[in-house]
Design a protein around this ligand. Structure first.
Ligand SMILES: Nc1ncnc2c1ncn2[C@@H]1O[C@H](COP(=O)(O)OP(=O)(O)OP(=O)(O)O)[C@@H](O)[C@H]1O
Length: 796
């Protein structure tokens, strides 16, 4: 980017009309002193992202004149700088002014002689340039400090722009390092990788190349190691990486990014250096990011401390309380449920796991009521005006928390809310929690970091109950905390196995249990009142889903029906299905229909969207589904960029265009993202194209998302492959840590994946059937369906 071929305007800022507090966007009025453009007036409106513009100061802006649809011609600036002395004399005077105490005319002259008219830029960009000019370290530091303060942050922003960062990224980088930003980057551009979201190795490496950092320099190699370790742990959910694997992957990254040979020894040395600097921990052949290594140890230590606080509950008192609760609720708990409630009362910490319909909610309610009875605690929230409610219910997502409230009739919130986490799970001031009972539901979704933070925030006088389904997919973030806690064998736990749900007609829960046991029932293709199977080829999935949705839309709201798929890509993938379903459920009705495009996506009011990142500050989490309620175009929006208003269960949030990467269409979502949510109707297409992804816990999690109806679509082989394939365990050390710290012996590890057998039939619908309107999602009411016949005909 050269400034020479750009237009510029210089002048005094008369007033700043508008500045967005969230980014650097500003609109200002400039009194022109010099310009390269043809401009009839003495003043001009200038817009752009500027750091620290002051009224009455003079600046030069480079950019171009644009014709704004509403405001007419104005100057859109890409870059700007404060007008400063442009000759040596002026600069000496400026530097020796009382803005810079300690610098007299002599020193100022020496600086200008040595560095020239752009001395200020040089000093700010490279403080070392002041060395050898007769200033002692203190004076040098003071001058740099004052220059930065006087030049404001625009220097930094301009410097960042020169590195090619958009104003958005520049703003984020500035927020992180303030006026040190340029030095940090010059010293080690790879530091950006860990510190700034949205900057990966490739980007940092480009800057490094620009700064002439050699391809085999230690900072680069260490940057590559950190990035690889982060990608591998975040990507696979592991908490450590095997040394050889890390070496190989790091070398691959370093070599591919700059096409250069890297010696394995150099990477090994880098790991040693990083270990010395406490950024990674190498334990034998395992290499951990320091944060994860610490987190696993802390979890074990904290659980030990929690377990030490034994509270005596007599058998007699417990039995009495249980009887009262059973009587009040007109229920008889089964023996396992009783045992669960008893252990929960007698132990300071208790883990409860079970599949759908086994009574987890029933036991949670039992635990709450027996606890209240034993401790003489009122369960009426209205009795707690001055003191906090001692029953704390929380879940990792807003949706799961909402379900907890519905099933217990007690207040529940997200774990983040409970702890007062404003930012994501690091560095925060924990909220003081009262003595009492804490129940966390959907524990399988809690990752290593969040669990560590949770444990760090609670104290020994809190009784902790962790509830979940260990067979579901593990958390999105690293670790498989709940499964590890259970498998460690050193913590009080109970698994519920008996299915209590009385509904004879329901076939979804038995199907889930069959899948969890590793097989599909014989009648998987037979239509039931609440589930059906449409076997078809991958290229027919779009058609079949179209027909299913057209029929289902007559009965269900879009929010209540959900397509879940294992993969984004491919003809049956999420990316292909979303626009298809969007056209069915929320089409562009007329030329007047308001819509905005973002990349290859179109958004309209009424669209169902999926949040992709955690935003605890606004109480919205990765995986939550919202509805677009409004579209503000840039002209009318306060931020002067297009905005979408999205409502997440009534929590209305505004997303500027720059934040639109934080959500996507949600008509079809991944099964991972649906963890913790349930839907009236789930449509689940599987094909052999996603064979790599097909695992038992994936299929099981998908099926258990369906509350009342389940439509299976695609290749029956894919379903049986999924049911049979046990997912690999994540690489974690939590079990070891727990056994080390708390003691005891491990239970035997789960069986390894059995061999997968594939049924021979190839399923393909006849084209006429795919086109016909006879696909009824709520089949089974009148015997054989066309689909079933189609399959039989094909087989014959
Ligand atoms: N001991 C019992 N006696 C009678 N009914 C029971 C008993 N335990 C559970 N149930 C009933 O079984 C059904 C399923 O129980 P519950 O909702 O507690 O299971 P869950 O594990 O929470 O299921 P999900 O995870 O699917 O919500 C409920 O209708 C509940 O009332």
């Amino acid at each position: 980017m050269t400034m020479a071929d750009q237009d510029s305007v210089s002048g005094r800022v008369k007033s700043i009309f508008f500045q967005n507090p969230n980014n650097f966007y500003k609109i200002l009025l400039l009194e022109i002193t010099a310009t390269t453009i043809q401009w009839p007036d003495a003043e001009i409106v200038v817009t752009g992202s500027f750091g620290d513009i002051k009224e009455d100061e003079t600046y030069t802006f480079t950019g171009k004149v644009i014709d704004h649809p509403k405001y007419g011609n104005q100057f859109q600036a890409d870059n700007y700088h404060v007008d400063r002395p442009t000759n040596k004399q002026g600069l000496v005077k400026y530097l020796s002014s009382d803005k810079f105490p300690g610098i007299g005319p002599k020193t100022a002259e020496r600086i200008v002689e040595a560095l020239g008219v752009d001395a200020i830029d040089q000093i700010i960009q490279d403080p070392k340039s002041l060395q050898g000019l007769g200033l002692n370290a203190n004076k040098r530091a003071a001058l740099i400090e004052n220059l930065k303060a006087n030049m404001g942050m625009e220097q930094v922003i301009i410097g960042l722009n020169d590195y090619g960062f958009s104003s958005n990224l520049a703003a984020r980088i500035y927020q992180q390092y303030q006026t040190d930003a340029l030095e940090v980057i010059q010293e080690n551009p790879y530091k950006l990788i860990g510190d700034i979201e949205g900057i990966g190795f490739k980007r940092a490496d480009q800057i490094a190349a620009h700064l002439n950092i050699a391809p085999d320099s230690p900072v680069r190699i260490e940057g590559g190691i950190i990035d690889t370790l982060q990608t591998m742990t975040d990507g696979n959910g592991d908490t450590f990486v095997q040394l050889e694997h890390l070496l190989d992957e790091t070398i691959r990254l370093l070599q591919s990014a700059r096409n250069v040979a890297i010696a394995p020894q150099a990477v090994a040395d880098g790991i040693v250096q990083l270990a010395k600097a406490n950024q990674v921990v190498a334990d034998g052949k395992k290499v951990y990011p320091k944060r994860l290594f610490d987190a696993e140890w802390q979890i074990a230590e904290q659980l030990k401390a929690l377990m030490a606080d034994q509270e005596a509950v007599s058998d007699k008192a417990f039995k009495q309380a249980l009887k009262t609760v059973e009587h009040n609720n007109d229920i008889t708990y089964d023996d396992t449920q009783k045992k669960a409630i008893e252990t929960a009362m007698k132990e300071p910490l208790f883990l409860l796991t079970g599949g759908p319909g086994t009574g987890k909610t029933t036991v949670i309610n039992g635990i709450v009521q027996v606890y209240a009875t034993l401790n003489d605690v009122s369960l009426d929230v209205n009795h707690y005006t001055d003191e906090p409610f001692p029953i704390m219910l929380a879940a990792p997502t807003g949706r799961a928390a909402k379900r907890m409230t519905e099933t217990t009739s007690l207040p529940a919130g997200t774990i983040h809310r409970l702890l007062g986490l404003a930012v994501d799970t690091q560095d925060f001031e924990p909220k003081e929690l009262p003595d009492g009972l804490l129940i966390i539901d959907e524990m399988s979704m809690v990752d290593t970091y969040l669990f560590r933070t949770l444990l760090n925030s609670i104290h020994a006088h809190i009784k902790v109950i962790l509830v979940g389904d260990k067979d579901q997919l593990p958390s999105v973030g690293p670790g498989q905390v709940f499964a590890d806690l259970l498998r460690s064998g050193v913590l009080p736990s109970q698994e519920l196995t008996h299915i209590h749900r009385q509904d004879q007609a329901s076939s979804i829960i038995p199907l889930a249990h069959d899948v969890n046991a590793g097989y599909l029932p014989d009648d998987i293709l037979t239509p039931k009142v609440d589930r059906s199977f449409f076997p078809c080829a991958p290229d027919q999935i779009g058609d079949v889903i179209t027909q299913v949705i057209q029929r289902a839309a007559k009965k269900f709201k879009p929010a209540d029906m959900q397509v879940l798929a294992p993969m984004y890509r491919g003809i049956a993938g999420i990316d292909a299905l979303n626009p298809l379903i969007q056209t069915l459920l929320n089409p562009k009705k007329s030329a007047q229909t308001k819509e905005v495009t973002f990349g290859d996506k179109v958004y309209r009011i009424g669209d169902k969207v999926l949040q992709l990142v955690n935003n605890p500050e606004q109480n919205v989490f990765n995986g939550e589904i919202g509805i677009i309620e409004g579209i503000n175009d840039a002209k009318h929006a306060e931020s002067k960029t297009d905005e979408l208003i999205i409502s997440f269960d009534g929590n209305e949030l505004t997303y500027k265009r720059s934040d639109w990467t934080k959500f996507t269409l949600a008509y079809a979502t991944s099964i991972h993202k649906a963890q913790g949510s349930e839907f009236e109707l789930v449509i689940l297409p599987l094909t052999m194209q996603s064979q790599r992804m097909l695992k038992r816990n994936l299929l099981y999690t998908a099926i258990t998302r369906a509350k009342h109806f389940l439509i299976l679509v695609g290749d029956p082989r894919a379903f049986s492959v999924a049911a049979e394939a046990v997912a690999d365990n994540r690489h974690t050390s939590l079990i070891e840590r727990l056994q080390d710290v708390i003691g005891g012996s491990a239970q035997s590890p789960p069986d390894s994946a059995p061999e997968v057998t594939q049924p021979p039939t190839d399923y393909r619908l006849t084209p006429s059937l795919v086109r016909s309107q006879s696909i009824d999602p709520l089949i089974g009411l009148n015997g054989l369906t066309p689909m079933k016949r189609a399959v039989q005909e094909e087989k014959a």
